[in-house]
Design a protein around this ligand. Structure first.
Ligand code: SD4
Length: 347
């Protein structure tokens, strides 16, 4: 969902968020309660609400993270799901992954015309001996599982953005800090990637929802679903469906999900790396920070042109996040309510 300030206030007044703490900077990983669910970006508020409906009744973290992100996949004019921006050839292609507390995992990538990629990913996990299905094969599998083939057409807002993009057919990244907005792309990847950003017109601009949850039984699960990067090269797949990169769950330690420029999350096996830092005793926030800083070191001056963010939840219900740049937020739902937290960041 592209949420501008006005929509954001409306969400609050509609009671979608129990309460919000916009502007609150989470300085430390927070001692959490059980059950708990956390999800990326402001769209996480409504996704959390659906996940909480499962968790609060004693449901499993796995069901919660599927039901939660389905809400975002369903949004009209959303950045996630079939209403999102298309690739360069004008087709929406979707990636998703899911992982439970027993290292079971499933994912789909380059999936077209299926409304709920997260549920297809779950079927891959539960009904096949595989972890990942892509493209036409993933679509065929979805159809064989009873999913419906949706029309091959763009949402109204995506159609508008695509026509606008076609005028130049180039892409300058929009960075989520004002001072960087005028910078030129420094690599081909940056050129094709539309970085998650808060635009100067107040709209949020991102393409992914990632969610991790701890249920009443103490089990962790995670999910991630995305349209990837708007106007990407056809066939481009990001971090979100790559287990260990966009999502990782180790029930002894914690669960992590990422958003931002997937290429740079993949090259450091980002979510798995965050889990390993937590295993070594780091708090969720410290663990996220270590991996973000590694990406910053690798990217050098090109780090100015990308955004990368992680959220992490450990076995004790403690959570935290870290982003490369300002502008990233995430939603946390416990028995105390549903709140939006501004993430700490590196530069
Ligand atoms: C990707 N990580 O495909 C995703 C993009 C994203 O908000 O997070 N956008 O690289």
């Amino acid at each position: 969902m592209r949420i501008n300030r006005r929509n954001f206030i409306n969400l609050g007044s509609l009671g979608i968020a129990g309460f919000t703490l916009q502007g609150f900077v989470n300085k430390q990983s927070v001692q959490g309660l059980k059950p708990i669910v956390i999800a990326t970006w402001d769209a996480g508020l409504s996704a959390n609400k659906a996940a909480w409906a499962v968790l609060s009744k004693g449901g499993s973290a796995l069901d919660a993270v599927e039901k939660g992100v389905m809400v975002t996949e369903d949004e009209i004019n959303c950045c996630v799901g079939l209403a999102a921006n298309p690739d360069r050839d004008g087709h929406v292609t979707l990636d998703a992954s899911i992982m439970d507390h027993e290292f079971n995992c499933g994912s789909v990538a380059f999936l077209e015309r299926i409304k709920h990629p997260i549920s297809v990913a779950r079927r891959v996990m539960e009904k096949t001996p595989h972890v990942m299905l892509v493209g036409e094969g993933a679509q065929q599998f979805a159809l064989s599982e009873g999913f419906t083939l949706e029309p091959d057409e763009l949402s109204e807002s995506a159609d508008k953005s695509y026509k606008e993009w076609l005028k130049k057919s180039t892409y300058q990244p929009i960075i989520n800090v004002e001072r960087q907005k005028s910078k030129k792309a420094t690599s081909q990847l940056d050129d094709i990637y539309k970085a998650p950003a808060k635009l100067s017109n107040g709209e949020w601009n991102h393409d992914t929802i990632g969610m991790v949850a701890l249920d009443a039984k103490g089990n962790l699960s995670g999910s991630c679903t995305t349209s990837g990067a708007g106007f990407k090269l056809r066939g481009r797949v990001g971090d979100s469906p790559i287990i260990g990169a966009g999502l990782y769950v180790d029930n002894e330690v914690g669960a992590v999900v990422s958003t931002g420029q997937g290429e740079d999350v993949i090259r450091v096996a980002g979510s798995s790396a965050v889990v390993e830092h937590m295993r070594q005793g780091k708090s969720p926030q410290e663990a996220c920070k270590l991996v973000v800083e590694k990406i910053r070191r690798i990217k050098k001056e090109k780090a100015a042109d990308i955004q990368v963010c992680f959220i992490a939840l450990n076995k004790n219900g403690e959570y935290g996040s870290y982003a490369l740049h300002t502008g990233f937020n995430y939603a946390v739902h416990t028995a105390e309510g549903n709140k939006l937290i501004e993430s700490p960041f590196s530069v």
